[in-house]
Design a protein around this ligand. Structure first.
Ligand SMILES: Nc1nc2c(ncn2[C@@H]2O[C@H](COP(=O)(O)OP(=O)(O)OP(=O)(O)O)[C@@H](O)[C@H]2O)c(=O)[nH]1
Ligand SMILES: [Mg+2]
Ligand SMILES: [Zn+2]
Length: 276
């Protein structure tokens, strides 16, 4: 039978099929082939023996968190507790570009910030909107419900940013555990331990644990260059311009004139350096 893995905890793989769930284990062969089932995988399983026989081809897949077949990511970004971080936002946006996942920036904890601070943030967000990213806040529940429809949506972002809180607002039946922020550390405490997939409004949502470390050392410099979507509007005198040390570079010019956000470019340099 065909089904989809909606949750994995230790070796229990919960497979959803025809409105029922089955607790399965993967075939021994998977371990030998170093094949690790992920939440979101479509599988062929035996409903009597409760064994997963095959993982069907994935559209895309991630290691941290371990999820697959994602269409869209809500990058849940808090303005305070944990602090707003453009470095993390760009990291997640670029990671999603690399996996061909659409991103929506979802701002949380606006209520904790002053009017002046939010006005400053709005200018930065306007840049992201200009380059094609949709922006919502965790108050825009109706907008978010429309965006979720017919898509497989992953909710990612720092621990404590408010992913599970937002999902509970979308559907109180889920009753997901939410956590306090450690004020000493200024971040969450990894309240969500396992990824879980829920069917919702003809779409799917996946709550994930906040990621801790994420870097680009498994990607190439070329990958990074292609993933800064606004760069494609410029052409540099050197065809293979890396936009780093070249004297004549259209990207660097656009940064100087303020057309490209300086922090975006600085993050580009960091990620480019990390990549192979
Ligand atoms: N003031 C305020 N607090 C919020 C908001 N959204 C979430 N919180 C609080 O932030 C804390 C962390 O929220 P969670 O939903 O557990 O965060 P998470 O992103 O799921 O965190 P992990 O599961 O650890 O990855 C909780 O105490 C929430 O009540 C918001 O918009 N404003
Ligand atoms: Mg959570
Ligand atoms: Zn260049």
């Amino acid at each position: 039978m065909k089904g989809q893995i909606i949750k994995i905890s230790s070796n229990n793989h919960i497979v959803f099929s025809n409105n029922k769930t089955y607790t399965c284990v993967p075939r021994g062969k998977f371990r030998k082939d170093k094949l690790i089932p992920k939440v979101g995988d479509y599988v062929i399983f035996d409903p009597d023996k409760l064994v997963i026989d095959e993982i069907l081809e994935r559209k895309n897949n991630f290691d941290r968190p371990m999820v697959s077949n994602i269409d869209q990511a809500f990058i849940v970004t808090s303005l305070l507790n944990p602090n707003f971080s453009l470095n993390l936002l760009d990291r997640l946006l670029i990671l999603m570009e690399l996996h061909k996942v659409k991103s929506i920036i979802c701002i949380t904890k606006k209520d904790l910030t002053s009017f002046d601070y939010y006005e400053k943030i709005k200018l930065v967000l306007a840049y992201y909107n200009k380059i094609g990213y949709n922006i919502v806040t965790n108050q825009d529940l109706e907008k978010i419900k429309i965006l979720i429809k017919d898509q497989t949506n992953v909710f990612v972002g720092q621990s404590g940013a408010g992913k599970s809180t937002l999902l509970n607002k979308l559907n109180p039946n889920w009753n997901l555990k939410t956590g306090e922020i450690s004020l000493a550390l200024g971040r969450g405490k990894h309240t969500t331990r396992n990824v879980e997939l829920y069917n919702f409004l003809d779409g799917k949502v996946l709550d994930t644990p906040g990621f801790s470390a994420l870097n680009f050392n498994n990607y190439t410099k070329e990958d990074i260059k292609k993933s800064f979507r606004e760069f494609s509007n410029y052409s540099c005198p050197f065809k293979d311009c890396s936009h780093t040390k070249e004297k004549e570079c259209a990207i660097k010019k656009a940064v100087s004139s303020g057309e490209i956000l300086k922090t975006r470019y600085d993050n580009y340099l960091k990620f480019y350096e990390e990549a192979k």
